[in-house]
Design a protein around this ligand. Structure first.
Ligand SMILES: [Mg+2]
Length: 427
């Protein structure tokens, strides 16, 4: 059996954590630049605030309905998300958790007896709420797709369901599939949903489940459609992704907020991206031997006729696999100095780490020392700090768009969990 754990109105719930006065009050979170509504609580939904609405359009309505609006505070959401996922891992074991998105994770409930599923689902819900303060909904089913269907059902009437729904009988499964519109099945594309309805008169998931495998393969996108059908029928057909998939390549790159032409700025960017990549590397307990950096000049469309210039690139193999930011930055900066051309205007820069090995398989050689305990401790401290740096990084990339930058965070809450100076004070 599988469960999906989904945080309720995740961004809004994160905001409420530090503002208990907003409990049961309508809350919305805005996209970057305070553009539009990207998250809302049930109360905000009831107040008639639609998802995706531009902020300026509903400003008056928000005021009238006393809806609290926040700019997005990604350092906060990211850190709370880690806490939620760690709580799940501790509860059910690391290999049984597959993080699906910032606020969703699948759980594998293989060893749990059938009549215990509801109890376990409730324990998961309570544990996450107790440990992190974030309310979650749990859907349980024979497959991932069915767990998703169950979760949708749990969310429909949160008070009645207690945010839990377990598809533990055939009857329940059929009933819930019957009330799931085709377009709401997880994994079905909009186009396929439309053709299911228009061409085949398949209005709900139960009708769709009755179709033949051959039909699914032919009309629902080949293997993907077949898998979806199997999943609806209770046959697990989606891969369980190992939680610690070690990436073979780690890259960080970004378009600059404005064109960059000085070596100082380029170096700053490269150092920043290297730090990020190194952090990703350490998160999967690995080290890398191969490092490359690249710069993309601003496209000279008139001359080349191409939308994207190919960029300049430099690479280096390190004598030893490393994961500490200092060493990697040093190497990256040497490389970028070599490819930087004075007078050139750049629009993008990137760093890539490859030849990645597991930290405990690093071999020392004559030319290098392995990462000492002190460096390891330093990196651990740095990783904790890095989370709090994110906003500065963002700020760097958009130095030129000053007005936007100021607007962007007009209503941002403090970064409670990642900045000492913004920590919540209790009087
Ligand atoms: Mg959610």
């Amino acid at each position: 059996m599988y469960a999906i754990v989904d945080c309720n109105s995740f961004y809004c719930s994160c905001e409420r954590l530090f503002r208990p006065d907003l409990k049961n009050k309508p809350v919305v979170v805005l996209s970057n630049n305070d553009g539009c509504i990207i998250a809302r609580t049930d109360e905000a939904k009831q107040a008639g605030i639609a998802m995706g609405t531009p902020y300026f359009q509903v400003k008056d309505l928000l005021k009238e309905k006393q809806v609290e609006a926040f700019s997005s505070n990604y350092p906060l959401y990211g850190e709370i998300s880690l806490r939620v996922m760690d709580t799940l891992r501790q509860f059910i074991g690391e290999s049984n958790v597959e993080v699906y998105s910032v606020d969703e994770a699948f759980l594998q409930l293989t060893d749990i007896p059938f009549d215990h599923l509801t109890t376990v689902a409730k324990q998961v819900r309570d544990r996450v709420e107790q440990w992190t303060g974030i309310p979650v909904s749990v859907g349980v089913g024979r497959t991932k797709v069915l767990a998703k269907v169950a979760n949708r059902r749990a969310k429909k009437n949160k008070i009645k369901s207690g945010c839990i729904y377990v598809l533990d009988t055939v009857e329940k499964e059929t009933a819930v599939l019957q009330e799931t519109p085709t377009g709401d099945i997880w994994g079905i594309g909009r186009q396929y949903a439309k053709s299911c309805i228009d061409k085949w008169a398949l209005f709900d998931a139960n009708q769709l489940r009755g179709m033949s495998p051959l039909w699914a393969q032919k009309h629902l996108g080949g293997v993907v459609g077949l898998r979806l059908l199997q999943e609806l029928r209770g046959i697990p057909s989606m891969e369980w992704k190992a939680p610690l998939t070690q990436k073979k390549m780690i890259g960080t790159s970004r378009m600059f907020g404005h064109s960059v032409s000085t070596l100082t700025e380029v170096k700053e960017a490269i150092a920043t991206y290297t730090a990020r990549a190194a952090e990703k590397l350490r998160r999967q307990s690995c080290a890398a031997t191969h490092l490359s950096v690249y710069l993309v000049p601003r496209a000279e469309q008139a001359k080349t006729g191409h939308q994207h210039a190919s960029g300049v690139y430099a690479k280096r193999t390190l004598p030893l696999a490393v994961s500490d930011t200092g060493t990697l930055i040093q190497a990256a900066l040497q490389l970028v100095v070599g490819i930087f051309e004075p007078g050139q205007v750049y629009k993008k820069a990137g760093v890539q780490l490859s030849e990645i090995v597991s930290e405990d398989s690093i071999q020392t050689n004559l030319f290098g020392e392995s990462m000492g305990e002190n460096k390891k401790k330093l990196m651990l401290a740095l990783d904790n700090l890095n989370v709090s740096m994110r906003n500065d990084i963002l700020k760097f990339a958009s130095t030129g768009t000053k007005r936007n930058w100021k607007m962007r965070q007009e209503k941002r809450s403090p970064r409670y969990t990642t900045r000492w100076e913004e920590i919540r004070v209790v009087h």
